[in-house]
Design a binder for this molecule. Structure first.
Ligand code: ADP
Ligand code: MG
Length: 273
């Protein structure tokens, strides 16, 4: 089904608190290692409000790790990482940086929505119950309000007729759209997508990408790890090509994807196209 395209209602976009010109996400010389393995080796990114950054790169290049660092699921070992002007996982007090408590980390993560390759819906809950859960439990929304909001979001991702379906009764593409609605229900300032269509049958990829395109068009700030070059060309403001934990090339898709400067970028594109 084609997703209906309507103008963005204002309430869909939590206004970024970022001052004009300041990025929503800023990474400077971010390093991450596991034991003796360096996984991110001095990564710089800047994602401005309402922009989409697409992360490309071969398997093992560090895309998931970078997204996990942005979401404070992994702690960086060196460098600076800020979301919404705040250091991820850290707080400044008395001129020193302190690690956040688990509780404070949760508060930081609430503003970031994440969608994974595997949808991780609760199998014993219907679509609408999956979407309502976070707003009820974490945001403390009353049932009626959470339900109305969940119905609105499921309608927006084209699933108004599947509110009461269980995940097992839905296709992979439908489940992934429920997962996106579930993330949006928490009113995130930033959405992270980690290869959201990689686990889908080819004929279901388009419906999920359409929802993501719609989200970008409405002004959501997004970082998307994907191998979907068509999506990157159409939606990305910036693409960053990761290889071995290093951004080897980045810029507007019209440059990086059409006329890449790096031989490794060319080689990667020729494999995924
Ligand atoms: P991508 O998402 O681009 O495929 P990942 O970020 O998943 O790349 O992985 C980058 C590298 O980091 C890989 O070599 C992977 O084996 C390694 N890695 C990721 N997570 C861990 C971990 N928890 N412990 C050790 N190595 C890891
Ligand atoms: Mg990955």
């Amino acid at each position: 089904a084609k997703i209906k395209q309507v103008a963005a209602p204002a309430e869909d976009l939590p206004e970024s608190a970022r001052p004009d010109g300041e990025p929503m996400v800023r990474a400077e010389q971010v390093w991450k290692w596991f034991g003796a393995t360096d996984v991110l080796k001095g990564v710089d990114i800047a994602v401005h409000p309402r922009q989409t950054l697409v992360l490309l790169g071969p398997s093992g290049s560090g895309k998931s790790t970078l997204l996990r660092c942005v979401n404070a699921l992994e702690r960086i070992d060196s460098g600076v990482l800020e979301v919404d002007g705040e250091r991820v996982g850290l707080r400044e007090r008395d001129g020193r940086l302190h690690e956040l408590t688990e509780r404070e980390l949760c508060r930081q993560r609430v503003r970031i929505g994440m969608v994974f390759q595997r949808f991780n819906l609760f199998p014993h809950m219907t679509a609408i119950e999956n979407v309502m859960l976070g707003p009820r439990r974490v945001l403390g929304l009353p049932r009626e309000q959470a339900e109305a909001e969940a119905e609105r979001l499921l309608t927006r991702v084209g699933l108004s007729d599947k509110l009461d379906a269980y995940p097992g009764q839905l296709s992979g593409g439908q489940q992934q759209r429920v997962a996106i609605a579930r993330a949006l229900a928490m009113k995130p300032h930033l959405m992270l997508f980690d290869e959201p269509t990689s686990a889908l049958d080819p004929e279901l990829v388009g419906e999920v990408l359409d929802v993501m395109k719609d989200l970008a068009r409405r002004g959501m700030t997004m970082i998307v790890a994907t191998h979907e070059i068509g999506f990157a060309k159409e939606v990305a403001d910036t693409v960053a090509m990761l290889d071995g934990g290093v951004i080897i090339e980045s810029g507007p898709p019209a440059e990086c994807l059409v006329d890449p400067k790096e031989e490794r970028t060319r080689a990667f594109l020729s494999k995924v196209l």
